[in-house]
Design a protein around this ligand. Structure first.
Ligand SMILES: *Cc1c(COP(=O)(O)O)cnc(C)c1O
Length: 659
């Protein structure tokens, strides 16, 4: 029988292991379309159900389309055209990337969870628009609830009865969620400055602009709440006047340039993020009008944000009075899957506050957000590291466990259900820890207090369009996310089964890579350049005897050409799909770069910007498919991948076309 990590490190008894496998078996359509009957049944059942709903709206209304219409030639001509185009579309889509296959270990995507897929198909013909409850009486509620499900997963307060309950909503993806985080942080940071400028009495506002611009998010929220209560207690006519007066001082009204020219003691704030941050941060700062120049990329060590570097940057900011909008920690970097020390960033926020420098902490967990389910008990508490540790070879290192534990203390998080949530595209999410800040994003005067009482949480957020960057948006996506989280609650015993497979596969991949390096040592130097923090594993290669970086890159590029999607060829001729990334000294530091080049036998002097050889090209593998280790048939696709890679490497070297 196949030696898999599950067999050797089986955490529980065999029957529990089997029960897990059988649950997984019902989760997806499957690599072979094994669950076709199940999906077909669901689709047909709920399509019929939808039709009955149409008919039962006003059954007395007669059918507007005559039953004889199908016999008309125009009808038939239309149907023929439609069929023809659909057949062509369907044929063209056969060139799609086979994300469902365990031979696909490229980008951050895999098969789709059946509950999400079925819920989305089910909801589509109702066409709900989650811009507001008027257009989506059902799904907008589900979206707000999905936000609370994610909040609970992250360790944020998720009880809407609590005044400081979290709030989350869906976006088209992580890019827009990150943008929403920037928007909210800027609104919260600049609000106390506007409040001072508007001269609102009796609110215990900060003493000067610098202090006002440097309140911690929680203190700014406290001030916001005092203002709202105060406003709610004013007579109706004065409410409007005060509201206008404050509005006229806000950055959202004045624009960046006028706001800062009115407050000369303040500079445009910076965003601090690790150099591994996703390029959506650059986009976000451009869109917000703060400028790409305000994105300050910090060094990493071991591909994780370097706490010392962050500390130095913040001390300098405090010294020269450079405001900071937010510090970003990446929970699962896009290129390497590495996990920043969220706990250190939270600590840095608290320490900086004592230097008079206040900012918010955002976690970009677009990729790694759902890994939190590995650490979450069904009752919402955090699992001890030792307990989690028993299920794996190395995972999770202490820093990784600390990073996830610290999520509860951050201000906001981005999570992509369309990545490790296995939900169809068009589903990112933004979650903030304390929903009260959201009042600052509202497009219309948002009277949070009515007669001194806070307004009902759910009814406020059902006017979702008021608070989000987008307008019209698919309610079907919200249905998919919500239903998936109901079927697989976001704890280690349910949803956690999925990321667990991915971590086990990554550990297996890493171990197999070591064996591969030994077995192919005559042809190639191979190494995993840094140990994976989660479920992405990279592989660096250099043909034996070569010392030149450009030659090594050409070799890996050539291999990659065989591992990537090629729209001009049928997908069936591809054996495997992987992806590619690069390592450069500015990213990982000179010393790390030196270590890797040395191990590969590459002469560091050939690392030369002038010849375009300023970076090392490496292969990148994403372990998402739950059938990478197929226990049913005793097949490991990881094993097959390395056999394939080894054969290709020998063949390329033998051709003599390689270096
Ligand atoms: C994928 C990703 C994003 C962007 O998300 P989209 O859904 O592609 O818009 C942002 N940050 C990180 C860390 C990511 O992995």
């Amino acid at each position: 029988m196949l030696e898999t990590p599950r067999n050797r490190h089986r955490p529980v008894d065999a029957s529990a292991h089997l029960a897990e496998r059988r649950t997984l078996d019902a989760c997806f359509l499957g690599p072979y379309g094994e669950n076709d009957v199940l999906l077909e049944k669901l689709v047909v059942e709920f399509l019929r159900d939808h039709v009955h709903w149409r008919r039962n709206f006003h059954p007395e209304d007669p059918p507007a389309i005559p039953t004889s219409a199908v016999q008309d030639r125009h009808y038939q001509a239309f149907e023929a055209r439609m069929r023809r185009e659909l057949h062509q579309l369907s044929a063209a889509l056969k060139h799609s990337v086979p994300f469902h296959s365990p031979r696909y270990i490229g980008h951050m995507v895999s098969d789709l969870l059946l509950p999400g897929l079925a819920a989305q198909i089910l909801a589509l013909p109702y066409n709900p628009n989650n811009v507001s409850e008027d257009a989506a009486p059902v799904t907008v509620q589900l979206e707000v609830l999905a936000g609370l499900q994610l909040a609970r997963m992250l360790g944020y307060p998720d009880d809407p009865q609590r005044p400081d309950c979290a709030f989350g909503h869906l976006t088209s993806g992580g890019t827009v969620a990150n943008y929403q985080a920037l928007r909210l942080a800027l609104a919260l940071k600049s609000f106390p400055v506007a409040l001072r400028a508007a001269g609102i009495p009796d609110l215990d506002s900060p003493a000067d602009d610098w202090e006002a611009f440097n309140l911690l998010p929680d203190d700014a929220i406290g001030l916001l709440e005092r203002w709202q209560r105060w406003l709610g207690a004013q007579p109706a006519d004065r409410q409007l006047r005060w509201q206008d007066r404050l509005q006229s001082e806000r950055i959202e009204e004045l624009g960046i340039s006028e706001f800062f020219s009115r407050h000369p003691a303040l500079r445009v704030p910076q965003v601090l993020a690790p150099i591994t941050a996703h390029y959506s941060w650059s986009k976000g700062l451009k869109m917000l009008g703060l400028g790409r120049g305000q994105l300050r990329l910090l060094p990493t060590s071991g591909m994780r944000l370097d706490a010392g570097g962050l500390h130095e940057a913040l001390e300098e900011c405090a010294r020269i009075r450079q405001p900071v909008l937010m510090a970003v920690a990446v929970l699962g970097s896009t290129e390497y899957g590495t996990i920043d020390p969220v706990h250190s960033v939270v600590e840095a926020r608290n320490r900086s506050a004592r230097l008079g420098l206040g900012f918010s902490v955002h976690v970009d967990a677009a990729w790694g957000g759902y890994l939190t389910t590995l650490f979450r008990n069904p009752d919402g508490t955090l699992r001890e590291r030792a307990e989690v540790r028993r299920e794996y070879r190395q995972f999770p290192q202490p820093e990784i466990h600390q990073a996830f534990a610290a999520l509860a203390e951050t201000d906001s998080v981005t999570v992509d259900p369309h990545k490790l949530g296995y939900i169809p595209y068009g589903a990112g999410a933004f979650v903030c820890r304390d929903h009260r800040a959201m009042a600052l994003l509202s497009e219309q005067a948002d009277y949070v207090f009515r007669d001194g009482q806070p307004r009902d949480y759910m009814s406020r957020y059902r006017q979702l369009g008021q608070f989000i960057p987008e307008g019209s948006k698919p309610g079907a996506a919200a249905a998919a996310v919500y239903v998936t989280h109901r079927v697989l609650p976001l704890d280690y015993t349910n949803f956690g089964l999925l990321p667990r497979q991915t971590i086990l596969a990554a550990e297996s991949f890493q171990e197999r890579a070591r064996q591969f390096a030994v077995d192919t040592a005559d042809a190639v130097a191979a190494m995993v350049p840094f140990p994976p923090d989660s479920n992405l594993v990279c592989l660096a290669l250099n043909p034996r005897g070569n010392r030149d970086l450009a030659q090594a890159n050409a070799f890996v590029q050539r291999l990659y050409d065989e591992l990537r999607c090629d729209p001009h060829q049928p997908v069936q001729i591809k054996q495997f799909f992987a992806s590619m990334t690069t390592l450069r000294p500015s990213l990982i530091g000179k010393r790390e770069m030196g270590r890797i080049l040395d191990e590969l036998g590459i002469d560091p002097s050939t690392l030369d910007g002038s010849r375009g050889g300023d970076r090392l090209v490496i292969l990148r593998h994403t372990m998402m498919n739950p059938y990478l280790i197929d226990e049913e048939n005793g097949i490991s696709y990881i094993e097959l991948y390395f056999e394939y890679l080894s054969a290709r490497i020998r063949s390329i070297r033998h051709d003599g076309t390689g270096p």
